[in-house]
Ligand binder design. Sequence first.
Ligand SMILES: [Zn+2]
Length: 461
Amino acid sequence: MSDCYFCVHGHFYQPPRADPFTNHISREPDAAPYANWNERIAAESYTPLAEAGSFERISFNLGGTLARWLDEHAPATYERIVAGERAHYAAHGVSNGLAQPVHHTILPLARRRDKVCQVRWGIASFTHRFGHRPEGMWLPEMAVDEATLQVLVSEGIRFTILSDEQVRGSMENGAGPYWVRIRGEEEKIAVFVRDRHLSNTLSFDMPDPGNVDGWIWDHVRWRCQRDGLLLAATDGETFGHHRPQGAAVLQRILEIGEQHGYTITTLGRYLRDHPPKTEIEIVQNSSWSCPHGLARWVVGCECTEGDSRWKGALRRALDNLACNLDAAYEREALKMGLEPWALRDEYIAVVMGEIEGPELLARHGLSKLGAEGAQRMLWLLEAQFYRQRMYASCTFFFERLERYEPRYGIANGVRAIALTCYATGEDLTPGLYRDLRVAINGQSNRTGADILDEILKKAEL
Ligand SMILES: [Zn+2]
């Protein structure tokens, strides 16, 4: 019999849904009978999976916004997820969890400083929740370029996951792991390669719980004729939300390996026991959800229906705003003799409630600022948090500018503008308004500026 291993990786993520001004989630009628989608998906997927003990046996990443929501609104489920990871860590000495850049930013599209921030915030969040540093990191939408991998390596991350259409070279070792060398550097990172076909078959052609053995026979068993790892990586919500039978099916897959000639494993364990031997190359600017070189999040592409030119205009508007927000923050920080970006990267500890804002400033030698100066700095740091959140991938993912997600991206920008205005008196709204006038929703002809007007009317500034 071959030495065949099988790993299921679940990407658990929900975009932020709370109003950036009130932190309140509006009722989402299409999620009925639940008040909003987070509640519904928790009941259908996260809670049953946690109760079945799946988080101890699969490989997974848990997005920051979702983790925070679960912690507050479904604490028993959250605790079971954390306990699952900790049990795996205690049993095997390695984690089965991967970190995730906090705001699910498409990292190849971010400037280096923002890549570093998202990766550091992701590592800090993981460490905060699970009590030890992560070894692996999930890339949002699996979007990759070499500069992103270089940042992962320099921040101490050992491995990530890509899809088989995103890599080139000999794939003789199945899911790997393989080395990917960073050109011009001595560095390399381990990459696991998911089997796209197997992953999609699991997601879109899922069997009934009673037919899992037949499904394994058809889709897994022949792949297990040789030694190595099989990796199915998919959205975690597949199990129970997208497919109602998913939690039971997953449970069965995790239980019946012995009968079918595979051993269930996790990526952390497998990497420790099977370090990479051969190298592959990545396809730069690729992702698992857009075959058009990341165009989905830049200028629009055939992945979404209709006129998607608003995406380029919205990105330009947010980039200009980000540039202005950064300039205001940097100016104030330098005036106080601070290294602005190191301080910003540490600010996540305040967001997570590990320390109070004034204590963070004191660590940076700012105890003499006085209450007013400290408050100014904390407003600007908070503005940086919302400025990062403008770039959640879902802001640009869907077909219409008038959807909730782009509106939410703009609302985060408005929140960052308000905080900056409290701190410096400078109002950056006119520039955003000007830029959003050329972001046009194809069907209705309404512009980003119309949406901005609505947000400003509603916002409690
Ligand atoms: Zn596309």
